[in-house]
Write a protein that binds this ligand. Structure first.
Ligand code: DQA
Length: 143
């Protein structure tokens, strides 16, 4: 089984970025945690980050035929991107939406996710652990 992890804008700054909201774990620490759990579960993982909407769209499109599921933290694009939503909908690979913070407990503009209706489910509010839960959810939707 192969799972594609996608990370949207500004997540490359994790660790230094608003640590009171996002914690002090860096994206590379998160990737290491995910890879450790993936090894235990015998799952292959590809882990990517981009600040560019189009690049994320291209990666989603290219996932068809290669990956069994996608786990995505679309970051700010969660709340704005019809393009990401359409790409997820078009390829039809089970996709799990994740966030470090509980977007529903934050500013009102973060309460709405444009990708949620085309994802299998949403995990948010568990900090870096949301990623490991995302991996387990990806396995759950496959079996
Ligand atoms: C985020 C929540 C988004 O609202 C925000 O724009 C992010 C990170 C999270 O993981 O909590 O960049 O996706």
């Amino acid at each position: 089984m192969k799972v594609l992890f996608l990370n949207g804008p500004n997540l490359n700054l994790l660790g230094a970025r608003e640590p009171e909201v996002y914690g002090r774990t860096t994206l590379s620490d998160i990737e290491n945690n995910v890879r450790k759990r993936a090894k235990e579960l015998d799952v292959e993982v590809d882990f990517r980050q981009s600040n560019t909407e189009g690049e994320l769209v291209n990666w989603i499109q290219a996932a068809k035929g290669t990956f069994d599921s996608i786990v995505i933290n679309a970051a700010a694009y969660t709340h704005t991107s019809v393009a990401l939503r359409d790409a997820i909908s078009a390829i039809g690979i089970p996709t799990i939406e994740i966030h470090l913070s509980n977007i529903h407990a934050r500013e009102e503009f973060r309460h709405k996710s444009l990708i949620a209706p085309v994802c299998r489910g949403q995990i948010c509010g568990f900090g870096a652990y949301s990623y490991v839960l995302g991996l387990e959810a990806a396995i759950y939707v496959k079996v």
